[in-house]
Design a protein around this ligand. Structure first.
Ligand code: HEC
Length: 169
């Protein structure tokens, strides 16, 4: 085991403990989320960093648009997560319908395994991701009542990317 994966394992264990006093009370999608995603996005979807988007109370807005629904399983960290199609589907539904809370539009259907299996085979690349997201978020804020907070990450991200590019010149 490399030093990095040891550190990741230690971190995931700490998160499991902090998320619940007893690991046995976690559902499988919840523990899959904490292990695969919680290190960056936080155990309840509230990240510690403005370069990692908040999921809690926001991520459901994407289900207003077909392209937004497709966006989630195509994100590289989701598409390449080391879990089966079935478990990834359960994880996504946990993320959207539990962590996303009121942001989920009325009548939104849970992801199904065949859909997730198909979409994760077409992951977004880093280059396409920011522009793709910006297009979705603008529409969700203007037409679907998503809060400006959904755009905040993109702005920070674009600024951070711009600053990094300027610094590297
Ligand atoms: C190494 C840190 C890291 C891990 C692990 C990670 N993410 Fe992310 N996630 C990010 C970052 C950074 C972004 C911003 C876009 C990008 O660079 O991919 C992001 C973007 C997202 C978004 C898009 C939110 C939006 O408003 O655009 C979702 C949803 C998401 N991640 C869910 C997950 C899930 C589910 C997992 C676990 C399967 C996961 N992430 C694992 C760092 C991470």
């Amino acid at each position: 085991m490399s030093a990095i994966s040891r550190a990741q394992a230690a971190c995931a264990t700490a998160l499991l403990w902090s998320a619940s006093t007893s690991a046995s009370t976690l559902t499988r999608p919840q523990s899959d989320y904490i292990l695969a995603c919680g290190g960056c996005h936080g155990p309840t979807g509230v990240s510690n960093s403005n370069v990692v988007p908040r999921l809690e109370g926001l991520v459901g807005y994407y289900l207003n648009l077909p392209a937004g629904r497709d966006y989630l399983p195509r994100l590289p960290n989701i598409a390449f997560a080391a879990v089966s199609d079935q478990r990834l589907t359960d994880l996504l539904n946990y993320m959207v319908f539990v962590l996303g809370r009121d942001s989920v539009p009325a009548g939104a259907k849970p992801y199904v395994t065949a859909e997730v299996a198909r979409l994760r085979k077409r992951p977004l690349t880093e280059v396409s991701l920011i522009a793709y997201r910006r297009g979705l978020v603008d529409v969700l804020i203007q037409r679907y009542g998503a809060p400006a907070a959904l755009g905040a990450y993109g702005d920070d991200g674009a600024e951070a990317v711009g600053a990094a590019r300027r610094a590297s010149r």
